[in-house]
Design a protein around this ligand. Structure first.
Ligand SMILES: [Zn+2]
Length: 235
């Protein structure tokens, strides 16, 4: 295992000024229809989704995530790992509605990976315990629960993008990543995190050498430039 080396790798993130918009744009960029979004509309999707997540958390200020889940009648379970192969790494937590009692499964192995990642951020994320990492995932899934129970899904509340046009025929698609951005913003606000928790995934990619730190720094510059050009960010 590479755990020992992973522990030794430290990433200094404090100089990067990673605000919510920058990290949210990183998530938006991963949407399959991102290239169909007009750059002038980035701000609309970013502030719309960040705003919805923050607002939902604002209504629950001071509440503990585990108590919220209990009140909502949702069970939570810690499982070892989600299976084998690439899937195992991708899946950190999931929400299951099929049983009588809705259940959130959080995967211990993934939590451990992210716990190591948080440690590699050299305190930039504050003191992060294993339980705190679990709470981050519970809060993320809880936001999806709120969407599900209210029937108001973040991506559906925002304008769809036109992804295909042939003559009079138009096909539109919603921007699914907006729901993820909102869940991250909800989680950050509810738990009082210094950054959107999606930063942990980026640190994990760097720590396991799936992404170079230099590449991430370059990307941050690119995202800031895009935000600056859209008038969303001070350069
Ligand atoms: Zn999600």
């Amino acid at each position: 295992m590479t755990n020992v080396r992973e522990k030794e790798r430290i990433f200094d993130l404090r100089g990067l000024e990673l605000d919510d918009e920058v990290l949210a744009l990183a998530e938006l960029e991963r949407d399959p229809v991102f290239h169909k979004i007009e750059p002038g509309m980035y701000g609309y999707y970013l502030s719309g989704s960040l705003g919805m997540g923050r607002e939902a958390a604002g209504r629950l200020r001071g509440k503990q995530i585990r108590a919220l889940l209990e009140d909502a009648g949702v069970r939570f379970r810690l499982a070892e790992s989600a299976g084998a192969g690439a899937f195992k790494v991708a899946l950190r937590a999931q929400l299951d509605w099929s049983g009588k009692v809705p259940e959130i499964t959080v995967y211990r192995e993934s939590m451990h990976q992210l716990h190591m990642a948080a440690a590699a951020a050299d305190g930039a994320l504050g003191p992060v315990t294993f339980e705190r990492i679990v709470d981050i995932h519970l809060a993320h899934e809880y936001y999806h629960l709120l969407e599900y129970r209210s029937g108001r899904f973040t991506n559906e509340l925002l304008e769809p993008v036109e992804c295909l046009r042939i003559g009079p025929f138009r096909r539109k698609a919603t921007v699914l990543q907006t729901s993820e951005i909102a869940a991250h913003a909800f989680c950050k606000e509810l738990l009082g995190l210094p950054y959107l928790p999606s930063l942990l995934d980026n640190i994990y990619l760097m720590q396991t050498e799936r992404m170079e730190m230099e590449r991430f720094v370059e990307n941050v510059k690119k995202w800031k430039k895009i935000l600056g050009e859209s008038g969303l960010h001070m350069l």
